[in-house]
Design a protein around this ligand. Sequence first.
Ligand code: G6P
Length: 583
Amino acid sequence: MCGVFAISSLDINDAGERVVDGLKKLEYRGYDSWGVATSSEMIKEVGKISASNATFIPDTKAIGHSRWATHGGVTQENSHPHRYKKVTLVHNGIFENYLSEKNRLLEKGETFLSETDSEVIAHLIQEQLDLSHDTKSAIQNVAKAITGRFSIVVMIEGLDEIFVARRGSPLIIGRGKDEYVNTTFIASDIPAFLEYTNIVNYIDDEEMAIIKNSDVNFYNLCSGEKIEKRNIEVSWKEEVADKGKYNHFMIKEIFDQKQSLTSAVNHTDEEIAEFISALQSGNGVYMVACGTAHKASIAAEYYFSQIAGRKINVVPASEMPAFERFINKETVLFAVSQSGETADILEILDLGKKRGAKILSITNVESSSIARISDNHLPIRAGKEKAVASTKATTSQMALLLLLAYADDNRLNEGRLLLQDLASNVNDLLNPRYEEYIKSVAETLNDCSNIFIIGRNSLFPMALESAIKIMEVSYIHAQGFAAGEMKHGPIALIEKGTPCIVLGCDSETISNAMELKSRGATIIGVAHVNNVLFDQWLKIPSAGTAISIASVLPIQILSYYLATLRGLDPDMPRNLAKSVTVK
Ligand code: G6P
């Protein structure tokens, strides 16, 4: 995982500082430690790079990395870059068979400074260089020895070039223009260099490149043959990360939902029809997603079943290998992802591609790897989501999935009307008074150590999503259950005062809530009408089949305040990253 950024230039002599700046824009990929190396220096620090003002001896070349720890704890030694003799590198991904190679090198008498898999790659490249002095073939040979997904950016002492290679983990080249015409940028994602250029080359899997200033040559990683690449102009504008009047991105993005729901479903009838025809073309749809997007996908399972009579099989992408025998040319693989870069999903899509399955996706990043690998893709257009905990992207995913379910049943207009209504109700709902009230509810929960959430039907996945939201930002243990399931075990945990959030007010859910209340639970109801059972009531608009989208909004605000009242940073919770590009 992690963010990588590098610069090779003829005339920029503050490459180190600029790499630090670019990495600050990739912090969502990991923020536990960071490091930057130029030709003559290497700085590595534990903590967030956003706090850094590091300066470097003037240099035209630098490589850097912002880390989310996989192998080895959060220490300066384990942070990247890693250097062994002439080789300095940064690595994003996982080198799965690193231990056997490390043991072999240890037996040869080599020593390691870190616990990482990445440092072993530096040793392997050096081993090859000792044999041939040819860096290109050294990297090719090492790539053959490595299993797993990776992108690497390598500097060799005494050489001007930067060498890069990709298998699975994203890597994009930015071609400098105007005053940066003699400069090339290398990054795991476009925002790192968007202030300099919007002309890019995507490095695809099993490709490598050798970069010297503006001179960039691409090669097949296996054969070494030269590849020609088209320059692609991306339409992105640099979205300035601006919290505006808000204290954190999370609450800003929650309030962005006043507009984002409308943009999510603002596709033409033709675009929707084309997507639906691809969805209908197969014989079996598997929806793959992770984390919050997975919970939005379970909601979609309910939408498609109840609105269109279609069974969608929703599987967390990391579990999909257990069902891989069902992936064939008849299968539709439907990926739901905010970032479009999640490794667990990409792995399955790669397999689907090989087997001739149809690949559909919805993402928030149109230039992402998932969008590019897809046969049909629809953007959710939520706008940049900076906070690690997903809010507006989640509801945008659900809105688009709900619309697609209506379209699948030839009722696109009915879906559009429903979602327009929802968008306008959400616009009214999200106001400072509502926020203040939910904050006061959060104050009553601040000392609790467990929260249970129940919901039925499409509110069941929202119970799961609510639990994730509360846990990831407030670190309070929270667990979501299907409303009818509490009595089959978890009810044993209910004591006097245990907070239980009840999503919905249909009679069956209310009966289940009653069972909890009878055992002492404090009930926080999320519904469009109040109920005598509710000790506290979080009001939502009446939203029909879109109730799942409406219900999650107050929980997002509640989670935000549970975090901030505890003095936590909801934008960058501990141990997490926004874009997870390792399995
Ligand atoms: C990470 C994030 C989650 C996100 C999940 C899937 O774990 O912390 O918020 O839901 O990845 O990400 P995606 O970009 O594929 O939606």
